[in-house]
Design a protein around this ligand. Sequence first.
Ligand SMILES: [Zn+2]
Length: 446
Amino acid sequence: MLYLLKSNLLTRAIGGYLVTLIACGCQSPPKDASSAAAATQVSATYIDEVKTLAVHATVRETFDWITTLHDETTQNHILLTEIPAPPFKEADRANQFKAMLELAGADSVWMDSIGNVLALRKGSERKKTTVIEAHMDTVFPEGTDVTVKHRGDTLYAPGIGDDTRGLAILLTLLKSMNGAGLRTQGDVLFVGTVGEEGEGDLRGVKYLFEKGPKIDSYLAVDGSDIGQITNQGIGSHRYRITFQGPGGHSYGAYGIVNPHVAMAKAMAQWDEAARKLIDKGGAKTTFSVSVAGGGTSVNSIPYESWVIVDMRSESQEKLAEIDRLLHDAVAGSVAEVNKTKKKGNDLAVTIELIGDRPTGTAAPESPLVQRAMATAKYLGKEPSLSAASTNANTPLSLGVPAVTIGRGGKGGGGHSLNEWWLDENGDEAIQYALLLLLAEAGISAN
Ligand SMILES: [Zn+2]
């Protein structure tokens, strides 16, 4: 989970609710009393619902199982962390996770064709399917040392929090429900997804909604603190734009089109137009000219210039607008440069979409968000709502209720080699996930 840097943490009131824009699940939002109060408008119905669930005898027994399995949860967590899962290379970890789900026990466990691992636990009535999911991929490339180091009680390893702790939570949840014989009314699908991070572009969750079973409700375990609930998906578009010309000697071929100039003009024009749009206000929207390259030597007119850009918005309309400004700027600058050429071919340009994350929101008063907040309150946490870019973006964009919830414990350094996680009441996040899952799936009377 990702996006927006720590320094960009900001908190704003939207529609009377507090929305904290966060980057990575590993970071906590700023805390202040007014923000907490604004976020905790929870209906008594849901407070009562969670109280009833939490005292149910079989639920108490499931809590005991979570406690009993504490050391196993830690072992699973470490074992999975030490299996590298670079972007697009999640297979080894996926196979292990699949074997562990089979061992925990489910009605069926399988891997879909994109590499997601699914375990179906059938309900008594089967009228609804609730997904609880964590992502298997990490941001770390092949060859990264993923050995877990213990310093005091703290575990250090790339990916230890984001999102391997989520996978360990899923395993213990499934095994505890089985141990206690806790039956739900609706089906529960435990899912480990591929491609959540970076250029993975949510390909696992997108596939799940395109080709998988019908899903009615979606819980992504990919945040930090228990009370921090992501109910809003920040959308993004990313492009690689390549400008190509004939290329030639800087002196001898003078007069041919220069792709670098077209690229620079395009980015400058986009920057100006996009800033104007953003300065008008409205839904938070950002853009970045992120990576650029091309050219061969100082005495050559380049044959190629490429640039990778990123844009994000809370609003699908704003995202479309800033996207259109980019396309206009590219077309305009290419035409300008072609007009100035003295000889040779025109510039060619390709605009390749390399990232597309949809936006979406689950309303604060919707049952799932109310339940997520009520459950946090039940566990003594102040809930707050946030916007982020996670797997939940996809269901949210399709109108399927979805939230991203916390992995619990304490953690930091997400997406860095110094990532750490500390088991401070780590089991509480599993209890939290259980209660929210049961509120959605219902407990069977049988
Ligand atoms: Zn994540």
